[in-house]
Write a protein that binds this ligand. Structure first.
Ligand SMILES: [Ca+2]
Ligand SMILES: [Ca+2]
Ligand SMILES: [Ca+2]
Length: 208
């Protein structure tokens, strides 16, 4: 049996999507919006703390930092302030599914889905976005001491948010408008759906 035959874990999928260029800040915003029962603009108004109708990098960063700190503390089961690989890979429903093994297939499939559907919002990922847990861990462990500190995690999160912000800020005025935010959300959800569909299909093929 290979890892491919194991059921896709939504938590794993979500964490993989978090590595896509657009996803991190929007994912949080989107999720909050859904949980809060908001419609349309999703979490935009909630993140826009000063209510000026624009998101600054700081406004986008602070809820993500709070979120990553909570995530870190949840994973740090012995509460020593560091994550071991074992703690890091712990998810709610433990799984060893390794999407890095099927990364090329996923990329090809998403590219096909995009061509067939003509959906411009689908962003074809690159294979290196689907990292194994071990690679993700090593990538985050900046000083290579075998542990992830909160500082190391937050440094990565900060980088990712900054990248997302630049991608979202289409007119490069250093703010993300509600329009830019919503456009990015469309890309995110179309891409997420295509990736999920592809993983399901590849997974089903493998089982048969
Ligand atoms: Ca604002
Ligand atoms: Ca470290
Ligand atoms: Ca902007």
């Amino acid at each position: 049996m290979t890892n491919l035959t194991k059921k896709i874990n939504p938590v794993v999928l979500a964490s993989i999507l978090a590595t896509t260029i657009l996803s991190m800040s929007q994912a949080a915003a989107f999720d909050r919006g859904e949980r809060g029962g908001q419609r349309g603009s999703g979490g935009f108004t909630r993140i826009d703390v000063d209510q000026d109708g624009l998101l600054s990098l700081e406004e986008l960063t602070s809820p993500m930092m709070a979120r990553s700190t909570r995530k870190f503390n949840r994973k740090d089961s012995d509460e020593d302030g560091f994550l071991t690989l074992e703690e890091f890979q712990q998810t709610r429903n433990d799984t060893s599914l390794n999407l890095a093994d099927i990364a090329d297939e996923i990329v090809q499939c998403v590219s096909d889905v995009k061509a067939e559907s003509g959906d411009e919002n689908i962003m074809v990922p690159t294979a290196d976005q689907f990292m194994s847990v071990e690679d993700k861990f090593a990538n985050m462990d900046a000083d290579s001491d075998g542990f992830i500190s909160l500082d190391e995690l937050q440094a990565k999160v900060t980088d990712k948010i900054a990248m997302s912000f630049i991608t979202m800020d289409l007119d490069a005025d250093n703010f993300v408008s509600e329009e830019e935010f919503n456009a990015a959300n469309l890309v995110r959800s179309a891409t997420k759906q295509a990736i999920r569909q592809c993983i399901d299909e590849i997974n089903a093929d493998e089982i048969i």
